[in-house]
Design a protein around this ligand. Structure first.
Ligand code: ZN
Length: 418
């Protein structure tokens, strides 16, 4: 069972170098499981009882419950990860190298992108309005670190990277034979003139793989937060006959603050809930009442205690790898967890026979945040922030515990049927 679930996670991670690729993968998975793609549906009749809507790098999926809607059970997660995006005019020749200029997206651990065999993935918008995804089949770019001989104090001083000067990627040598737009056009098999805009990024070409002599870890790019996306969608697909209506919302742009047309601070979830309520025959008053009774689990990875830096955690509230999902608490509301939403998630874990942990950051260390407080604020829904513990968050290559992935999926399944 665990092996099968982990191979599902790996397949998803390897197929999803960008949020759009993830949304495409998840949409296909939902279609295969009998959900209807309602992305372009305008008429209420065709808005299916089990369906999904895709909007760029975000997707919302739902399964109507067996009884009239009195509340929604919602799981939220984010599809994006910090990365290096290719600029619109990226080509530059330098001293025998053909390079691509990049823009930093979110807050990546910059050093982790050095000396990797990188691929390029993204999508192009064509003159006819269609969108084509692409992904290089092999690694084609590299950001090389300066040799120690040319920077002798590096190990004593630490690495300092200038975001404008030091992150551009080499992808060919010698004289210019191909520009970036031409390359994209060959990837999607159209003439370059047909492409109006391109959104592309670098990614680590190494696939997700099990790690540790006991194979208890999973290493991959984008575990934050595609691991939670997998657990949420897998839980929804496996919850076949829920009593309450279940909704999973996976949002782009969390790493840059969520304020976009398709981010968690936008209207996507709210509008979808309203359409589901309409389908279920609810009046506006009934809908608002249902919102007030609803709950949301905001799933986004947490920080496991690092073997070399244990002092960075408050030891009484420190998530240990492979000891279950962590509830994330912050009384200053950087996390949305309340006493009631915490109790709800603990009950879900208990009924799934899954261990859970508590995370509170140290008072002298700033705390992160996620989509939980945004959902709670926008919709007035009691929300709990939870996440599987991981190391190297925002590195191009992250690592988490295998049993934590399975535990999170079980806990979310249990939540949907509480
Ligand atoms: Zn995250």
């Amino acid at each position: 069972m665990t092996a099968e679930l982990i191979s599902q996670v790996r397949d998803q991670l390897d197929a999803s170098p960008t949020p759009r690729h993830l949304v495409e993968f998840v949409g296909n998975q939902l279609s295969a499981a009998g959900f209807t793609d309602c992305t372009d549906t305008n008429s209420t009749e065709k808005f299916s009882s089990n369906g999904f809507i895709k909007r760029s790098g975000s997707i919302v999926a739902w399964r109507q419950g067996s009884k009239k809607i009195e509340k929604f059970r919602i799981i939220g997660a984010h599809t994006d990860s910090p990365c290096l995006k290719i600029k619109p005019h990226p080509d530059e020749a330098r001293f025998g190298w053909q390079t691509l200029q990049v823009e930093v997206y979110g807050n990546p651990l910059l050093n982790s992108w050095l000396d990797r065999d990188l691929g390029i993935a993204g999508h192009a918008v064509l003159r006819d309005g269609s969108v084509k995804l692409f992904c290089s089949a092999t690694p084609i770019a590299r950001i090389s670190q300066l040799a120690i001989h040319l920077d002798r104090e590096l190990n004593e001083r630490g690495l300092i990277l200038d975001k404008q000067l030091h992150l551009n990627a080499a992808w060919a040598t010698g004289k210019k034979s191909l520009d970036f737009l031409q390359w994209v056009s060959t990837q999607i098999d159209v003439e370059p003139e047909q492409i109006i805009s391109v959104d592309a990024q670098l990614f680590d070409s190494v696939p997700a793989q099990l790690l540790g002599v006991d194979q208890s870890l999973l290493a991959s790019g984008r575990l934050d937060n595609q691991a939670s996306c997998w657990a949420a969608i897998s839980a929804l697909i496996e919850t076949r006959n829920p009593i309450e209506t279940c909704v999973v919302a996976l949002f782009d742009h969390e790493e840059v603050g969520s304020t976009s047309a398709v981010g968690a601070a936008g209207p996507l979830l709210e509008h979808t809930l309203e359409r589901i309520a309409d389908l279920g025959g609810l009046s506006r008053v009934n809908y608002l009442q249902a919102l007030s009774q609803s709950s949301c689990v905001s799933a986004d990875n947490s920080h496991a205690v690092h073997h070399n830096y244990p002092e960075r955690h408050d030891h009484a509230h420190a998530p240990i790898v492979n000891q279950g999902p962590a509830l994330k608490l912050n009384s200053n509301q950087r996390y949305a967890t309340s006493s009631t939403s915490a109790a709800m998630f603990v009950r879900a874990c208990e009924s799934a026979d899954v261990k859970h942990q508590m995370f509170v950051s140290k008072n002298n260390m700033p705390c992160g945040t996620t989509i939980g407080p945004i959902t709670a604020t926008r919709l007035g829904i009691d929300t709990v922030d939870v996440g599987i513990p991981q190391l190297s968050m925002h590195s191009v290559r992250e690592v988490c515990g295998v049993s934590d992935l399975v535990s999170m999926q079980k806990a979310l399944r249990s939540y949907l049927t509480l």
